[in-house]
Ligand binder design. Structure first.
Ligand code: FAD
Length: 393
């Protein structure tokens, strides 16, 4: 088991990313402080869009992409360090596809694109001139995505799509969507599901509704396709094998979410420590009480454990591990951890923690979704169980 030795150039990169946060993200968020404290978030989407572009100009947005297409081939360990740093300072605008991409960025397209698609779709994603969304989930098919019903039928050289997707992050902002549809109902996941690059201004493509969630930072949408005509050249990867494209980027995304959880937990832990030292009850700081210390020390211990695991998993992937077990394990442990830390953080702040005006409850609500998207905790356990040789399907 190699020790994790973080190269100095990654530490330097993280430092320059932190400077970017301080110099260009914090000052944008600061004027909205009152909105944040009163629980208003309608400004977030537009500011995120602008910051995304700025992050791309500075090279952070596409750092993880290969050098031959304009990225820097940043390692998984490097990505983890940046994602953790991004959310480690309590900045709403540093989170959620604003300065570092998970699904709205270039990765899902890069894995299988042709030269023509590279120019038309990948290049503007690299520079954040366009955004995309990943449209797989349907009302009847979530964890078991093999059951999707959206249908694509051949019409000459084109394909015609009909169906409905839901819970699609950034689906209302995307210039084009990566849509998964059944092209052979007999084969389904075994050669019958195809991925399509669909321009969102194509007739028949509609954002039917925004789906309100328990987190104001998450507003996925429902998409409906009615006779949406897609050129044959917009098939991503091989016809019938879109499902393979869907899973290729998943390890990276799971690690990024795990690292995001580390950052949020780090910030909430710091908030707990600060509050416990200053809040007086019964004549002394609440942090002098062992029950309160327990909340903080347990959070600290779990964060440290999760961080070691996430770094180690990222490093293992960089050293050639297959990644399925590593990414599932990292996301499972880190997202479960941040849920507990967020809960304790509210508890340590007492009633104030429950009010919007401390800006804490928004994270409590936000982190709840992390155990659902990119593989629920149950599915991740199943993924890990498989790698342990347990008898799962
Ligand atoms: C905020 C948010 C954003 C999202 N963004 C996107 C997006 O951009 N694109 C996209 O395509 N999807 C997106 N999703 C959808 C997400 O991927 C699904 O919600 C997730 O895959 C679970 O599917 P489901 O909600 O249908 O739950 P179900 O699959 O119905 O699962 C319900 C419960 O059963 C459990 N379960 C199911 N099967 C098993 C099993 N075999 N073993 C053990 N337990 C099982 C699940 O773990 C869960 O607890 C998003 C979801 C959320 C909440």
């Amino acid at each position: 088991m190699p020790l994790i030795d973080i190269p100095s150039e990654l530490i330097d990169l993280r430092d320059s990313f932190r400077q970017f946060l301080d110099r260009e993200v914090r000052p944008v968020e600061e004027p909205y402080r009152q909105d944040l404290l009163e629980g208003r978030f309608d400004w977030v989407k537009e500011e995120r869009r602008k910051l995304r572009k700025r992050s791309a100009e500075l090279g952070f947005w596409s750092l993880h992409m290969p050098e031959e297409i304009g990225g820097m081939g940043l390692s998984h360990l490097g990505q983890v360090l940046l994602f953790e740093e991004g959310t480690g300072h309590g900045l709403v605008l540093a989170h959620g596809e604003s300065i570092l991409p998970v699904v709205a960025g270039p990765t899902p397209v890069y894995v299988d694109c042709t030269e023509a698609q590279r120019e038309k779709y990948l290049a503007p994603l690299m520079t954040a001139d366009k955004t995309t969304c990943f449209a797989l989930t349907e009302p009847e098919a979530g964890s078991d995505a093999t059951r999707i019903r959206t249908r694509a039928e051949k019409a000459g050289d084109d394909w015609v799509l009909n169906g409905r997707k839901h819970f699609i992050t950034a689906g209302d902002e995307a210039d084009f969507a990566l849509v998964f549809a059944v092209t052979d109902p007999e084969k389904r996941a075994k050669g019958g599901i195809t991925a399509f690059l669909v321009d969102t201004d194509t007739p028949g493509f509609t954002v039917t509704r925004t789906q309100r969630t328990m987190s104001p930072l998450q507003n996925p949408v429902e998409l409906t396709f009615e006779d949406v005509r897609v050129p044959g050249g917009n098939v991503l990867g091989e016809v019938g094998f879109g499902f393979y494209s869907a899973v290729k980027g998943i390890n990276g995304a799971r690690l990024q979410i795990a690292a995001t959880a580390l950052g949020i937990a780090r910030d909430l832990l710091n908030r707990m420590i600060e509050h416990a030292g200053g809040r007086i009850a019964f004549g002394r700081p609440i942090g002098a009480n062992q029950y309160v210390q327990g909340h903080i020390v347990d959070s600290y211990a779990e964060l440290e454990q999760a961080r070691l695991l996430v770094y180690r998993c990222a490093d293992d992937i960089d050293r050639g591990a297959d990644g399925r077990r590593e990414a599932a394990l990292a996301k499972l442990v880190a997202t479960e951890m941040v849920g507990r830390v967020a809960d304790r953080c509210i508890q340590v702040h007492g009633g104030q923690g429950f009010m919007t005006e401390l800006g804490l409850e928004v994270w409590y609500r936000e982190v709840r979704a992390m155990r659902l998207y990119e593989g629920t905790s149950e599915i991740l356990r199943t993924n890990v169980a498989k790698t342990l040789g347990l008898p799962v399907d």
